[in-house]
Design a protein around this ligand. Structure first.
Ligand SMILES: Nc1ncnc2c1ncn2[C@@H]1O[C@H](COP(=O)(O)OP(=O)(O)OP(=O)(O)O)[C@@H](O)[C@H]1O
Ligand SMILES: [Mg+2]
Length: 364
């Protein structure tokens, strides 16, 4: 280390030769004045052979690199360019970043530095599409991490509050605890969005699910919207997963609430038993009986026509802040239940119908 202004005695040529990237000095006549070791390898010729030769011998006459070099020679200020493709008889096709800087003591001289882009960088470009799909899974993992930790804090705080509030408000703190538990369970489920584990099923009371959804909606996003119900009191239990069913109908009710005019918005939750409808099971000859129909109807403007064909795909949204994940998640969860979702939409009346299998077990 140099001490107090002592000049460090190093051989600058050794320094240049130790670099991984190519360094070429071009004189004011456009000829090669110097080339480091990486440059000898890059261009496939030694300094002794190439010194004094026009840089144009190494690069095609239309190469954007030559334009950059000329620009720097004329203006005296440096430029950089990223992601250039170099393709010459001497050099196999390469993706590079380049930097051209003027040599201050020698007017008209330019230093050309070439940095090869890494293999990973190149592959990255080709895989952008596949990565987009994979990133959904990555996002699920991120959510698991970023959502679950704060949730345990929220839950703890709600438990503390519970001790000091009256009975009416205790309902709300219980709601916070129950819902944070539900979100945790769901984030766990999202984390394994791609994994095909069988669903944990039990007999689920559809009306309890809908009441829970209604309670959450009316305490939050649907505070000013009328939610009415039309239930079949003798409806058998669903063969399903309670937490996922809450998530399904919460998404549908949220979409409905976002679609209606807050001043006269109305949402109708309806359940019905249908005897005779059977659905073909994809990939087999059997037909499955799906007798439970649970629908969410709203009086909003309807689903935009251009979205209808792709409604259940991820990232399809008409909302400025929407993620377009709601219905994709709904479709996946209904699919896991062996159920079906369909919709009818016209201005003033949009219905999402979820058709689900019935439980044959006697509920606990
Ligand atoms: N009840 C409805 N009425 C009108 N349009 C709807 C209704 N439900 C869904 N849509 C349309 O379908 C789109 C996709 O819905 P989805 O729930 O998948 O995503 P999102 O609501 O936009 O965003 P996110 O649910 O992730 O917050 C919505 O942006 C909206 O245009
Ligand atoms: Mg939504």
């Amino acid at each position: 280390m140099p001490l107090n202004g002592e000049v460090l005695d190093v051989n600058t040529e050794n320094v240049l030769n130790a670099l991984d990237s190519t360094v070429v000095v071009i004189d004011d006549g456009g000829n090669i004045a110097y080339l480091n070791s990486a440059g000898e390898q890059f261009f496939g010729g030694s300094l002794v052979q190439l010194r004094g030769h026009p840089i144009g011998d190494l690069l095609p006459s239309d190469s954007p690199l030559l334009t950059l070099v000329r620009q720097v020679q004329n203006t005296g200020s440096g430029v950089s360019d990223y992601g250039l493709t170099l393709d010459t008889p001497r050099i196999a096709k390469q993706l590079v970043n380049v930097q051209v800087t003027p040599l201050v003591d020698n007017p008209g001289f330019a230093i050309l530095s070439i940095f090869e882009r890494s293999i990973a960088d190149k592959i990255d470009r080709q895989l952008t599409h596949r990565n987009a799909a994979r990133s959904i899974t990555a996002m699920a993992a991120m959510l698991a991490h970023e959502v679950k930790n704060p949730l345990s804090g929220i839950r703890g705080a709600a438990q503390l509050l519970e001790q000091g509030v009256n009975a009416e408000d205790q309902q709300l703190t219980r709601l916070i605890c129950d819902e944070t538990d539900r979100i945790c369970a769901l984030v766990d489920r999202m984390e394994v969005f791609s994994d095909q584990r069988p669903l944990e099923r039990s007999p689920v009371n559809a009306h309890k699910v809908l009441e829970r959804v209604r309670q959450i909606a009316q305490n939050g996003f649907a505070r000013s919207i009328r939610i009415s119900e039309s239930y079949d009191p003798s409806l058998p239990h669903i063969d399903g997963n309670h937490d996922q069913l809450v998530q399904i109908f919460l998404n549908l009710v949220k979409n409905a609430a976002e679609a209606v005019d807050p001043s006269n918005g109305e949402i109708v939750l309806k359940t019905a038993y249908q005897h005779s409808v059977r659905f073909a099971v994809p990939g087999s000859n059997s037909r499955t009986h799906l007798p439970l129909v649970i629908s969410v109807q709203d009086n909003g403007d309807g689903i935009p026509a251009d979205l209808q064909d792709h409604l259940f795909e991820a990232f399809v949204t008409s909302k400025p802040k929407g993620s377009g994940l709601g219905l994709a998640l709904v479709a996946k969860m209904i699919d896991d239940h062996g159920g079906v979702i369909e919709f009818d939409s016209q201005p003033g009346k949009t219905i999402f119908r979820v058709i689900l299998p019935m439980s044959t077990e006697v509920p606990e």
